[in-house]
Design a protein around this ligand. Structure first.
Ligand SMILES: Cc1cc2nc3c(=O)[nH]c(=O)nc-3n(C[C@H](O)[C@H](O)[C@H](O)COP(=O)(O)OP(=O)(O)OC[C@H]3O[C@@H](n4cnc5c(N)ncnc54)[C@H](O)[C@@H]3O)c2cc1C
Length: 334
């Protein structure tokens, strides 16, 4: 493999304090597929300080070549500085495709890079395919999730952000070999941004939860969320909600599942008093097992549910809680 290259598929490797965000591995998996179809190399780019070891990880997950910018001036994420470095790299290496995770960081970085390069950006993709003519098709929900738009981009590089947990990460393979190209970020220009510290951390990480018990407008009062929280905790999971409860101000948006909230993929998703609008389904239909509790047998949620309970959540959920407590307490009769 040569030390210089042009025209690969480039994946931005996001990390926090050296911990690579799993969306980057998912993108490497999809990027591998695209690169193989196009007959080009798969690249990744990593910016930070003391992150050399992580560059190897990217190779284990499929990168043929990692452009590594390891420098004290890149220790803290400064969107303007990072943009400058990425724009320079893209101009030098001319990737065909540049993929970034649709995380809060990626959503801030990718549009700036695209604008500086005067290229298009398809945001929030849920799938990427290469068609028979070798063109990249970027698939994303449109019209509030009612249709899936298939988008081709004329400008180069083709840039897209891709949602977390919609693609499968490849298996880590430590026998893989690739090239790590150490790069210098260039002069650190004053960007006018100063990192003052983190003021709040997210209270819940829905995207990584194994079990989610979610409540919708079937709940009568904010206080009743506690009922679902209790069920979630007995199942070793977390609470989620449909958007109206966030709009009502009952709970923060961190808990929202759906098109304009979190995409989740738990092993178990229990939807309580949720009708199953396309916007809600867009965020949870990838769950392994879906259980729906709803008084209306014609609710659309039952069409995606593996198990459905037609009933009042105020009767069904307390019974479930009781049964789980009994099982946990050691008595399994009844
Ligand atoms: C641009 C846009 C983005 C959106 N993004 C999202 C999003 O990210 N996430 C999201 O969730 N929504 C989103 N929405 C809103 C979405 O269209 C729906 O309005 C919303 O999902 C409905 O929430 P719900 O199912 O809780 O409420 P409803 O549709 O009102 O359903 C309530 C359900 O509860 C049942 N029910 C009532 N009482 C009981 C009871 N006692 N026991 C059991 N069942 C009961 C009813 O039969 C009904 O099916 C978005 C909308 C737009 C326009």
């Amino acid at each position: 493999m040569s030390t210089s290259a042009k025209g690969g598929v480039l994946v931005y490797a996001e990390h926090e304090n050296g911990v690579i965000h799993p969306v980057s591995f998912e993108l490497l998996g999809k990027g591998r597929e695209i690169a193989d179809r196009l007959g080009v190399e798969l690249w990744s780019v990593l910016l930070g300080h003391r992150v050399k070891r992580q560059a190897e990880e990217l190779v284990y997950y499929g990168a043929d070549r990692v452009f590594l910018y390891d420098h004290p001036t890149l220790e803290v994420f400064d969107v303007v500085r990072y943009k400058h470095v990425l724009v320079k790299l893209v101009r030098e290496t001319e990737p065909l495709v540049f993929l970034v995770g649709a995380t809060p960081l990626g959503r801030s970085l990718a549009p700036r890079v695209a604008a500086a390069l005067n290229t298009g950006l398809t945001a929030d993709c849920i799938d990427l395919q290469v068609d028979k003519d070798g063109e990249l098709i970027q698939i994303r929900p449109a019209f509030t999730g009612n249709i899936l738009a298939h988008i081709k981009t004329r400008s180069r590089p083709i840039m897209a952000t891709v949602r977390y947990r919609v693609m499968k990460a490849p298996k880590r393979d430590t026998s893989r070999r690739g090239v790590v190209v150490e790069k210098r970020p260039g002069e650190a220009l004053e960007t006018g941004l100063r990192f003052l510290g983190k003021v709040s951390a997210r209270r819940v990480n829905l995207a990584d939860a194994d079990v989610i018990v979610a409540g919708g407008r079937g709940l009568k009062r904010k206080e009743d969320l506690k009922l679902l929280e209790e069920l979630a905790s007995l199942l070793g999971g977390v609470l989620g909600v449909s958007r109206p409860l966030v709009d009502e101000g009952w709970i923060s948006k961190d808990y929202q599942v759906g098109f304009s909230g979190n995409t989740v993929k738990p092993r178990l998703y229990v939807a309580c008093g949720i009708s199953g609008s396309p916007q809600h389904l867009a965020g949870m239909r990838g769950s392994d097992v879906i259980v729906a509790i709803n008084i209306d047998p014609s609710a659309p949620i039952f069409r995606v549910a593996d198990y459905g309970v037609v009933g009042d959540l105020y009767e069904v959920v307390p019974k479930l809680i009781e049964a789980l407590k009994r099982i946990k307490g050691g008595s399994v009769d009844g």
